[in-house]
Ligand binder design. Sequence first.
Ligand SMILES: [Zn+2]
Length: 324
Amino acid sequence: MARDADADAIKRAYRERALRDHPDRNPGDVAAEERFKDASEAYATLRDPDARRRYDAFVAAGGVAGQGARGTAPRPDFSTVDWRSVFQEADVPLDWSRYGSAGAVPTTGHVVFDVLFRGVTRAFRQAGLLPGEDRRVPLRLDLAAARRGGVRRVHVPGPIVCPDCRGHGASCATCGGAGVLRHGLDVDVRVPAGVRPGQRLRLQRMGGPGRPPGDAFVEIDVALPAGVRREGRDLVAEAFVTPLEAARGTVLHVAGMPVRVAAGARGGQRLRVAGGGLGGGDLHLTLREDVWRGMARTVAEGVAGLWSETTAAWRRLATAGRKP
Ligand SMILES: [Zn+2]
C-alpha cells in the first residue's frame, strides 16, 4: 500500500516535470532537454527496485544524477532503458510515428532525447495538452460571388478534430474511431453576401486537435476586374466613354454594376455608385472620354448597336478635326 502510494507519487512528480520540459513545449531548448533527460533517468531508476538500489549506492558515493560519476560507484547505466515504455508508463505523450518514416525508431540510448528535441512533435497537441492549431482555408471569389454570397465547398486541411464525434472517436464512422481526420475534410461554407478581401469566416472547432480544439478560418480574397482597385470597402476605377456617349448619356457596366452617365458628361467627372463597392462600400468612377477605349468597352459589353454609331461618330469627329 505505502509502496504503491510512493510509486504513484513518483510517477506524478515525474509526469509533471516531463510535461513541463516536454520536447513539444521546448523544441531545441538544451536546458529543457537536460532537465527532461535527468527527470526521465531518475524516474527510470526509481521505478525499478534493483536499479534504485544501484542508484542509491551511486548517490551515496557522491554521484549526481545526470552529471556522471564522482565517486567510486559506477554511474547507472541507462543505455538499455527502453524510454518508450518509460514514457508510456508515466503517460507522457510522444509521437513516435513521426520518426518511423525515417527508418528504425530509437527507443534506447541518449539519441532518443536528441531526436525528441530536434523538432516539434504533434503528440502534445493530439493528447489534448495544448490548444489545437488553427487552420487556414483560402477562398478566392470573383466580385459577383462576393456580392451575392452563397454556399461554397472548401477543403479544411488535416489533421482536424472529427466534427461528427467532436474528437471522442468511439464508434464514429466518419473518423473510424480515431477522433481525428488526418487528411482534413471538405465542408460547405455559407459565405454571407457582401464579403470583402481579408474577411475571415470562422469554422468553430474545425481546427487541429487539442484542448481546446483549434478553429478553421476561411480567408476571403476577392478577384477584382482589371483596372478596378479597392480602397477599404470602396472600389475605384476609371470608366471610358466615347465622346458621343458623353454627349448623349449612356449606361455603363463597371465592376459588375450598371452606371448611368447623364447626357453632357465630361471627361474627369466623378461618379459615385452607392453600394457598388464591397461589404456596403461605394464604387467611385472617374469618367474618361476616349474613343478607342470607349469603343473597346462597348464591344466588350456586347452593346453591338453602339459600335456602328460610335464608329460613325468617330469618323465625324475625325473629319471635323481635319484641317481643310
Ligand atoms: Zn469521429
